[in-house]
Design a binder for this molecule. Structure first.
Ligand code: MF3
Ligand code: CO
Length: 251
């Protein structure tokens, strides 16, 4: 499969979709507080997605059993929501979901502190988010993919963090995962040239310690092998001639 260039019509649909997912992320983030289970957060988020007439497209994807991935502390991504996982003050939690709207996918993730968190956790979340903005400066026609990857990696590594290597960002559109793959670690090659109309899910996944992952027996949850805290920040971004247009961010 090659990289798809979206038409004006497709871009308009993905803008609508992105606004909905951005709103869901903003609103679901407000539900994060001590005492709530990750199961409950998923259910609230799924209901929000459905209230806009959209499909929670992670649900059933490769057999994934929920609408959201809700990953706490050392869980990096793809943690299955559970009634047994109750958030407590000082945790950090990543909410990650895709939705389908009029046949198109969008993807976003946020990491949020539960109540007051440590200065270390606060910094990890802030740096992970900022690295996304460092990277997307190159989501511009004529730039090459490695400029995004390298900017994300350099910013995080400046803080001594580990860049997850086993999972990457991706193109997105009719399919949740399209070409190209978008690594968050330094690339030896330039990668493809970027053109207006590409839509990319750019998603730094960052460990406060080493980048190595372990996978839990549930077959989904990825945790840091050294159990350090991890953060994830993601938006679906449109490449234009003038720079990035972030489709899934509503504040
Ligand atoms: N945003 C996640 C990703 O790009 C979505 C995971 S979908 C799942 O990998 F359904 F497999 F969880
Ligand atoms: Co993604």
């Amino acid at each position: 499969m090659s990289v798809s260039i979206k038409s004006q019509r497709e871009i308009e649909i993905m803008r609508e979709a992105g606004k909905i997912l951005g709103t869901v992320m903003r609103d679901l983030s407000k539900e994060v507080k001590p005492g709530i289970s990750t199961y409950r957060l998923d259910k609230i988020g799924e209901e929000m997605i459905r209230s806009y007439g959209c499909i929670p497209s992670c649900l059933g994807y490769d057999g994934y059993p929920a609408a959201f991935c809700v990953s706490v502390n050392e869980a990096v991504v793809h943690a299955i929501p559970s009634k047994k996982i109750i958030l407590k003050e000082g945790d950090i939690v990543s909410l990650d979901a895709c939705l389908e709207h009029k046949g198109y996918q969008v993807d976003a993730a946020r990491t949020i502190g539960v109540g007051t968190v440590s200065a270390e956790a606060e910094q990890l979340m802030r740096v992970t988010k900022q690295s996304f903005f460092e990277g997307i400066q190159y989501a511009k026609e004529g730039c090459h993919l490695h400029e995004i990857s390298n900017a994300i990696a350099a910013y995080n590594e400046g803080y001594g963090y580990g860049m997850i290597r086993e999972l990457v960002g991706h193109g997105i559109g009719v399919e949740m995962h399209e070409e190209p793959q978008i690594p968050n670690f330094t690339q030896p090659r330039r990668g493809m040239k970027l053109y207006e109309g590409m839509t990319l899910a750019i998603e730094p996944m960052v460990s406060a310690g080493h980048y190595a992952l372990e996978w839990l027996d549930d077959g989904w949850t990825a945790i840091t092998a050294d159990h350090s805290l991890a953060a994830h920040y993601e938006n679906t971004v449109l490449v234009t001639k003038n720079g990035p247009e972030i489709l899934t961010l509503v504040e």
